[in-house]
Design a protein around this ligand. Structure first.
Ligand SMILES: C[S@@+](CC[C@H](N)C(=O)[O-])C[C@H]1O[C@@H](n2cnc3c(N)ncnc32)[C@H](O)[C@@H]1O
Length: 661
C-alpha cells in the first residue's frame, strides 16, 4: 500500500522548523509538507496580529494562549470555496464521469464518492446535486455515499449544517435546482434532509491519515497545491490506492503534477479530470520482437544462390550465424569489422572470439537463444568500435531445423545520441515545467489568500457600514435631542426672565410696604426679608435668606413668635392671622414694642409658609408689662402696631422713630 504515516519531508533548520514540530507535537497537525512561502506568510499574519516578532516568541504565545492554535489553523487552512466552483469543469465532470458511473453501475450497486479538502462543504453538496440528478433521487438515496473530509474541524461544523445564503445558491445552481434541493427560509437554503443522509462529514488529514478505499470518484480541488511536490506525489499515490479501477479523480485547475506520475490517464486535461487506468506505459523491450529480415538457410544447406550470399555479406547491418554447437558459422562483413573477426575465426567456438565473448549481455542472450530456441531481443549494447563506443540493438532468432542462431546487430549509436539529447531536453523541459507549475500553484495559492483576505475585508466593510449607519442614527437622535434642548432652553430663559421680573415686582411690593416683612417657608427658613426688616433688625437680606428664622441672632425675641408661627404652619387650608406684641431691641439697641402679624401662606391647600409683618414703636421700660401679648387680628388694642408716622419719616427710617422723638 502506498500510504505511509510519518513526516513527509525532512525538517528545515531554524525556528520555523521548531515551531512546526511543536504544532505537530501539541495538536497533531503536520505542516512540514506545506509550501514554505505561503505557510510563512500565513504564520507571519498571525504573529503580526498578536504582536510577536519571532517564531520562538510565537511558540511561547501559543503555550500561554491555547485559543491561538485555532486562530493559526484557521489562517493556514484557507477555506475559500464555492458551490460548483469553476462551472465549466463541473460540466465536464458531469458529462464524462458522473454519467459514466451512473451508467456503468448496476441499479443497486453502491457508489462511493470522496470529497477531500471539502472546506465548508459546498463541493460535497455540489456532488450530491449532480449525482441525485444523474441517478434519480430514489437510486441516489439507496446507493450513494459521499464522504466529505477536511483537516479543519471548524470548517466541518459549517459543512455539516449544509446551510448557505440563498443568493449564492441561486447564483451557482439556478432557481429551479435551488428550490428542488434546498429548503429556503430567511434568505438561506438548507440541503434537503432525506438526501443529506448520503453525506458523511469527518476530519481527515490528507498528509497523515490513511485514505478511504473503493472510491468511484475522488474530488480533491485546490488543496494539493498547498503541499510541496513530494507530498503531492505521495498523496496522489494514496488517491490511486483509494480509487477503484476505472475510478475518476477530479483536481483543481492549477494542479497538474498528476500528469507526470503515470498513475492516471487523462480524461480532460484542461478541467483536470483523470482516471485510474491501471496499465502503465509499456517498455519498448516488452514489445514483440521483430522478425529477422534474412531467413538463413541451415548451415549444412548449400548457401543457395549468389545473390543471397551477397546480400548477407554486404548488408550494412552486422549479422552472424552461430551453430547449435556454439561455433561461428558465418559472419557478414560488418559483423567481422565490429568483432575483429578474421576468416580464420569461422568454425571456432564463440568462446574463443575475444571481443564477442567479452560482450557479456550478448553472450548471455546467445546462450539463452541456443538453449531455448526462442527469439531474444537485447537493447542498448555498447562496444568500442574504431576507437569510439557504439551502441547496438541485438535480435537473435533460432534457425529452422536447429541449424543454429542468426544474430543481427543494428547500430543505434546515432539514435542513442539523439535519445540522450532528447532525454536531456526532456529533463530541462520538466524542470521548466515544474517551475511553471510551481509558479502557477503559487499564484493560485496567493489568489486564494487574496480571496480570503478579500472576504475578510468585505466582512469588515460590512461591519463598518453597519457601525456607520448606527452612528448616523445616533447622530440624528442627538440632533433631535439637541433641538428639544434648545426649545427647553429658550422656554427656560423666558421663564427665568419672568421670574426675575416677578422677583423685582415682589421686591418692589415688599419694599414699598411700611412694615418690616419677613416671609418664612414651611421649615421656617427665611424666604423674604424686605428693606424695612433690614432697617429694623440690622441684617441684610443676603445674610438671612435661607437661614432658620429661629436661629437668627437679632434684637427680636424670635422664640416668642414660635407658637404663632407653628399655628399658622399647622392650619390646613384656611390661612391663620395672628397678631401679637413683643418687646424687642432694634438695630440701634433701643427697646421697642413690636407688633407682629403672622399670616399663614396657602400652598395649594396645605400651609406653604408664614408671612410676618412687624411694626415697632418706642417702648417705655415698664416693669409690669407682659413679655408678649396676643391680640386677635384686626383689633388694635394696647399692643397695636405703631405705624411710623410722618414724623418718623421725617426723622429717618422705620425703627429709628424713637431715636428721632
Ligand atoms: C482552498 S480550500 C478548497 C476547498 C474546495 N475543495 C474547493 O476547491 O472549493 C482548501 C482546503 O484544504 C484543507 N486542507 C489543508 N490541508 C489539509 C490536509 N492536510 N488534509 C485535509 N485537508 C486539508 C483546508 O482546510 C481547506 O478547507
Amino acid at each position: 500500500m502506498p500510504w505511509q504515516r510519518g513526516p513527509m519531508t525532512s525538517l528545515p533548520d531554524g525556528d520555523l522548523g521548531a515551531l512546526l514540530e511543536y504544532l505537530q507535537e501539541r495538536r497533531n497537525f503536520d505542516f512540514r509538507g506545506y509550501k514554505r512561502p505561503s505557510l510563512t506568510r500565513r504564520i507571519a499574519k498571525r504573529m503580526q496580529a498578536v504582536g510577536v516578532e519571532d517564531y520562538q516568541s510565537y511558540r511561547d504565545f501559543l503555550e500561554a494562549n491555547p485559543g491561538e492554535f485555532a486562530e493559526l489553523f484557521n489562517t493556514i487552512l484557507i477555506n475559500v470555496t464555492k458551490l460548483l466552483r469553476d462551472p465549466e469543469a463541473w460540466e465536464v465532470l458531469a458529462k464524462e464521469a458522473v454519467a459514466e458511473i451512473a451508467q456503468r453501475k448496476g441499479p443497486d450497486e453502491p457508489i462511493r464518492i470522496w470529497s477531500a479538502g471539502c472546506a465548508s462543504g459546498e463541493e460535497a453538496y455540489s456532488l450530491a446535486v449532480l449525482f441525485a440528478e444523474a441517478l434519480g433521487e430514489d437510486r441516489f438515496r439507496r446507493t450513494t455515499k459521499i464522504y466529505a473530509t477536511d483537516a479543519d474541524s471548524d470548517a466541518l461544523l459549517d459543512a455539516r449544517q449544509g446551510r448557505y445564503r440563498e443568493r449564492d445558491l441561486v447564483e451557482a445552481l439556478g432557481v429551479e435546482r435551488t428550490a428542488r434541493f434546498f429548503e429556503v427560509e430567511d434568505g438561506h437554503g438548507t440541503f434537503r434532509g432525506d438526501l443529506r443522509r448520503a453525506l458523511i462529514f469527518g476530519r481527515h488529514d490528507l498528509v497523515q491519515d490513511p485514505p478511504i478505499s473503493r472510491i468511484d470518484l475522488l474530488v480533491c480541488r485546490n488543496t494539493l497545491m498547498y503541499f510541496t511536490a513530494d507530498v503531492q506525489v505521495r498523496v496522489l499515490a494514496s488517491f490511486h490506492f483509494a480509487l477503484n479501477p476505472g475510478g475518476y479523480l477530479f483536481l483543481g485547475k492549477a494542479e497538474a503534477l498528476v500528469t507526470r506520475t503515470n498513475l492516471f490517464e487523462v480524461v480532460d486535461l484542461r478541467t483536470r479530470v483523470f482516471r485510474k487506468d491501471g496499465a502503465l506505459a509499456r517498455s519498448a523491450w516488452a514489445a514483440p520482437v521483430p522478425r529477422p529480415l534474412v531467413r538463413p538457410r541451415p548451415a549444412d544447406t548449400p548457401p543457395g544462390d549468389a545473390a543471397d550470399a551477397m546480400a548477407f555479406e554486404q548488408s550494412p547491418v552486422a549479422q552472424f550465424v552461430v551453430g547449435i554447437d556454439g561455433t561461428l558459422v558465418r559472419a557478414s562483413r560488418a559483423a567481422r569489422r565490429i568483432f575483429s573477426i578474421g576468416s580464420a575465426s569461422l568454425g571456432r567456438h564463440v568462446r574463443e572470439l575475444d571481443l564477442l565473448y567479452q560482450a557479456t549481455e550478448l553472450r548471455a542472450a546467445l546462450e539463452r537463444c541456443l538453449r531455448d530456441l526462442r527469439p531474444v531481443a537485447v537493447g542498448g549494447l555498447s562496444w568500442p568500435v574504431a576507437e569510439q563506443v557504439s551502441t547496438f540493438d541485438a535480435f537473435l532468432a533460432p534457425l529452422e531445423a536447429e541449424a543454429g542462431v542468426l544474430v543481427v546487430l543494428v547500430d543505434v549509436t546515432r539514435y542513442r545520441h539523439l535519445q540522450d539529447d532528447l532525454e536531456q531536453s526532456q529533463r530541462e523541459l520538466e524542470t521548466a515545467y515544474e517551475e511553471v507549475q510551481s509558479t502557477v500553484e503559487e499564484l493560485e495559492t496567493t489568489n486564494e489568500e487574496l480571496q480570503s483576505t478579500n472576504e475578510e475585508l468585505e466582512t469588515t466593510n460590512e461591519e463598518l457600514h453597519s457601525t456607520n449607519e448606527e452612528l448616523e442614527t445616533m447622530n440624528e437622535e442627538l440632533q433631535s435631542t439637541n433641538e428639544e434642548l434648545e426649545t427647553s432652553n429658550n422656554e427656560l430663559r423666558e421663564r427665568s426672565a419672568e421670574v426675575v421680573e416677578l422677583n423685582k415686582f415682589l421686591g418692589a411690593v415688599l419694599g414699598g410696604l411700611r412694615s418690616a416683612v419677613v416671609v418664612l417657608g414651611r421649615e421656617m427658613d427665611v424666604r423674604a426679608w424686605n428693606r424695612q426688616a433690614e432697617d429694623l433688625w440690622g441684617l441684610r437680606s443676603d445674610e438671612v435668606i435661607g437661614h432658620h428664622f429661629l436661629n437668627l441672632d437679632i434684637g427680636f425675641p424670635v422664640e416668642k413668635v414660635r407658637p404663632a408661627i407653628r399655628r399658622c404652619l399647622a392650619g390646613a387650608g384656611e390661612s391663620e392671622h395672628i397678631e401679637l406684641t413683643v418687646p424687642a431691641i432694634n438695630r440701634r439697641g433701643r427697646a421697642v414694642s413690636c407688633v407682629v402679624r403672622a399670616t399663614g401662606l396657602d400652598g395649594d391647600g396645605v400651609p406653604g409658609g408664614v408671612i410676618l409683618t412687624m411694626d415697632a414703636s418706642p417702648r417705655a421700660e415698664t416693669p409690669g408689662m407682659p413679655e408678649a401679648s396676643e391680640t386677635p387680628a384686626g383689633e388694635n388694642g394696647a399692643g397695636a402696631p405703631v405705624v411710623p408716622g410722618p414724623a418718623d419719616e421725617a426723622g429717618g427710617r422705620p425703627g429709628d422713630g424713637e431715636a428721632g422723638g
